[in-house]
Design a protein. Sequence first.
Lengths: 238, 288
Amino acid sequence: MTDLLTASSLDAFYGDFQALFGVNFRISEGESVALIGANGAGKSTFLKVLTGLLPVPGQSLTFDGTDLTQHPAHEIAKLGIAMSPEGRRLFPSLSVRENLLLGATVAREGPWNLQAVEDLFPILTEKANTPSTLLSGGQQQMVAIGRALMANPKILLLDEVSLGLAPVIIRDIYSALPRIRENGTSVILVEQDIGQAVAVSDRLYCLQEGRISLEGPSATLDRADISAAYFGRKKEHA
Amino acid sequence: MEWINAILQGILLGGLYALFAAGLSLMFGIMRFVNLAHGDFIIAAAFLTLVFVDLTGLSPLWAIVPIVPAMMVAGYIGQRVVLNRLSGKDLLPSILVTFGLSVILQNLMLETFSADSRRVSAGALDTAAIPLGGGLAVGVIPLLLFVSAIAVIALLNWIFAHTAVGRQLRATSDDPETVSLMGINKKHLFAIAMSLASGVVALAGVLLAVKTNFDPAAGPVRLLFAFEAVIIGGLGSLWGTLAGGVILGVAQGLGAKIDPGMQILAGHIVFLIILVLRPQGLFPKQRG
Ligand SMILES: Nc1ncnc2c1ncn2[C@@H]1O[C@H](COP(=O)(O)OP(=O)(O)OP(=O)(O)O)[C@@H](O)[C@H]1O
Ligand SMILES: [Mg+2]
C-alpha cells in the first residue's frame, strides 16, 4: 500500500521550546495507527502539526501528494484531515446538531452526513437540539467524533477519546471504529490505555519526550518492549 | 403627561443608542476587538450622508442605499488588509491602533468639513409626528430610528440563529482555534463580522445625521453611549444591547426633564449604578 501521509525527521516547536525531534511517521490508506506515550510526550503536538494548528515551516510533511507545511489549518481540513481534538472542544453556543453541521463546512463528498452520523450514534438524534454543554462526557465525545466525520476525511485523528469516560462508554465509542474504517478512512488514534491502543490499531508508534521510541505492527510488538518505550529506560530501572 | 412623554422619547432615542452599540457588540463579541474609532466611523457616515444630499438633492434616507453597502465592502477589506493583523489574544494592539485611527478620522473630517455643527434635513419628515392622544406624540424620525434598530437586531439575530454563516460566527466567537479544524478561514469570517458591523455603523450614521446635530468631534461621545448600552445590556446579547440602549435613552430623557443640564449625567449615573449592582449586565449571554 502506498503511504497517504508521511513525516520525515520532523521537528516541531512552541516558540523556542522544541516538542518533537526527528519524527518519522507514515500511514497508508485504510490503516489504523495508534500513537501512545506518557503525558507530555508530544502526541497531541504531533496531531496539531498534522492539522496545521501548529505550523512547521520548512519541515517534510506530505499528505496525498501535497506539502502540508504550505497550507494553513483551514485548507488542510479541506484536503481531508479531520480531528476529534483533545478535550473535545465542542462549541458551547451551538446545539449538538449545529456542532455536527459545522463539521460539514468543508463540503467534501463521502458517505458521512447528518443521517449517517446519527445512525452511528443514535443518542445524538435525541439530543439534536440540546446545547452541547449539557451532554455527558461520552455524548460529547460522540459529537466530537461525529463532527470530524461530517468532513468525510481521508484521515481521522482521534486524540484521547476515552479520557475520563466509564469503561462501558469507552466500549460504545470504540465499537463505532469498524464502521468508520469500513469506507477506507485511515485513523490515527492517541490513547493512554496501551491495551486498547494495541487492540484497535494495525501499527503503533510510541513517543517519548518528543522522539519516536518504538514503532511496529501492533499484533506482534512485545508488551515489555512497549512498556520500556513508553516509560523510558530511566523509569524502567528506577 | 410630560413625564410619560420624556420616557417615550427616551425609549425612541434608545433605539439609536442600540444601533451605535450593535456594531460595537458584534466586533467585540466575535473578534474580541475593541474599536475606539467606532463613534468616529458613525460620524463619518453622517458626513457622507451630508455629501450625498449635497450631491444628489435627494432625501437623506436614500443615502442608505449607497453608504451601507459601501461601508460593508470597506469593512471587509479593512479587516482583511489591516485589522486581522491585530486580532489576537492581546487587546492592546487593537486599542492603540483604533485610538490612532480615531484621531486621524476626526482630523480628516475637521479638515474637510470644518468644526461646524451640521444637520441634514429630511424635509417635511423632520417635524412630522404621529399623535397618540392625550397630548402625546411620537416624531416620525425617532420612530423610524427605533423601528430600524429593532429590524437590524432582529435581522442580525436571525442570521446568527438560522444561517450557516451565523453558525460559523458563533463558533468562531466560542473558539477561534477549533473552527479552523472545520475548514473555516478565521480571517474571512472576521472580515464578514466586520462587514456586518460596518453596515450597522453606516445605517446608524445616516440616521444620526437626520436625527441630530453632529460635528467632527462628536464620535467619542457616541462611542461612550455605545459602550454603556453594551455593558448595561450584557455582552453577547443583541436584544440586551437594545434594552441597554433604551435604559440609557430613558435615563437621559428623565434627566433632561429634571434639568436640561442633567441629560447626559443621568445616563452615566444609571450606567454606573447598573455596573455596580450587576457587572455582568442585565441580559448576559447564557452559557450552558
Ligand atoms: N501550547 C503550548 N505551548 C508551549 N508548550 C506546549 C504547548 N502545548 C504543549 N506544550 C508542551 O509540549 C510538550 C508535549 O505536549 P503534548 O500536549 O503534545 O503532550 P501529549 O503527549 O499530548 O500529553 P498528554 O497525554 O498529557 O495529552 C509538553 O512538554 C508540553 O508541556
Ligand atoms: Mg495530549
